[in-house]
Design a protein around this ligand. Structure first.
Ligand code: 6PG
Length: 235
C-alpha cells in the first residue's frame, strides 16, 4: 500500500507557538475523554527538542492528572540527570504545574547496559493501562521515530508488527547513546498516533518517507491505529 502524505490528516499551523498550544489542548481533551470511559489514561511521548514547548503548555491543563500515566517512546541510555536524558526533559517540562500529579513511568533502569534493562523496562510498560490514549512521535531528518534508526542492527525486529516484545535496546549507527525504545507493536497499541514535527525539511522527509522506506513509514503504512500529522514551519 503506497499511501501518500496527502492520505493523512495534516494539522498545519502558522508557527510553533500555535502548534504547541493546539496540540497541548488536543492531548488534554483526549485524556479527559478517555478518563470518562476508564479509570486510567496514558500518553507515550517522544523526547528530543520539539515537544518542550508543548509539554510546558500541557502541564498547565486542568484534568485529573492523578489518573494519568506518562511514559516515553524511547530513552537515551544515560543517567537520569544527564542533559540528553528524555526523562529529565519530560520531568522539567511536563511533570510540572497541574501535571505534577501524573505518574511518570520511565524506561531508564539502573543497569549499566540498555540490553540488561529490557526485561525491567518491558515489565513497567506492561503494567500501564493500554491501549495508550495517544502516542506522540517526533521524527529525525533521517526519517527515524522513537529510536528506530536507519541501519540499526535490530531495526527489522523493532518494526515487525507481529513480534510481541514491548521494548528493545538498540544502538543507533550514528546518533549518540544506546537506546531503549518501544517497538512498533507497542506503539500501535494506542487509540491514536500523533506525529509532531516542525520545519520544511522534516515535512519534506515525511512526505517521501514511504517512497524512501524510512523507519517512520512503518507507522504511515499500517491500518491498525489512526495517524495524524501536526506541523508548523520553524519560526
Ligand atoms: C529522541 C526522540 C526522537 C525524536 C527525534 C526528533 O530520543 O531523540 O524520541 O525520536 O523524536 O529524534 O528529535 P527533535 O525533536 O530533537 O528534532
Amino acid at each position: 500500500m503506497n499511501k501518500l502524505a496527502t492520505d493523512f490528516s495534516w494539522q498545519k499551523f502558522s508557527d510553533t507557538a500555535e502548534l504547541d498550544q493546539a496540540l497541548a489542548t488536543q492531548l488534554a481533551q483526549e485524556l479527559r475523554r478517555d478518563l470518562e470511559r476508564r479509570d486510567a489514561a496514558c500518553l507515550a511521548l517522544s523526547g528530543g527538542g520539539t515537544p518542550k514547548g508543548m509539554f510546558h503548555l500541557l502541564s498547565q491543563q486542568a484534568l485529573p492528572w492523578q489518573r494519568v500515566s506518562l511514559t516515553l517512546v524511547d530513552e537515551r541510555w544515560v543517567p537520569r540527570e544527564h542533559a540528553d536524558s528524555n526523562e529529565a526533559m519530560l520531568r522539567s517540562n511536563l511533570l510540572q504545574n497541574a501535571a505534577s500529579d501524573a505518574h511518570f513511568i520511565g524506561l531508564k533502569t539502573a543497569h549499566a547496559q540498555a540490553a540488561e534493562g529490557v526485561e525491567e523496562a518491558a515489565s513497567r510498560i506492561a503494567q500501564i493501562a493500554r491501549p495508550f490514549t495517544a502516542v506522540v512521535l517526533g521524527m529525525g531528518s533521517d526519517g527515524h521515530c522513537a529510536s528506530w534508526f536507519p541501519g540499526a542492527e535490530n531495526l527489522a525486529q523493532l518494526l515487525d508488527p507481529n513480534r510481541s516484545e514491548l521494548v528493545a535496546a538498540t544502538q543507533p549507527p550514528k546518533a549518540p547513546h544506546a537506546r531503549m525504545t518501544l517497538s512498533l507493536s507497542a506503539v500501535l497499541a494506542s487509540q491514536q498516533i500523533i506525529i509532531h514535527i516542525t520545519g520544511t525539511e522534516k515535512k519534506a522527509v515525511l512526505e517521501e518517507a514511504i517512497s524512501k522506506n524510512y523507519p517512520i513509514a512503518a507507522v504511515l503504512q499500517q491500518r491498525q491505529t489512526p495517524v495524524s500529522i501536526w506541523w508548523a514551519p520553524n519560526d
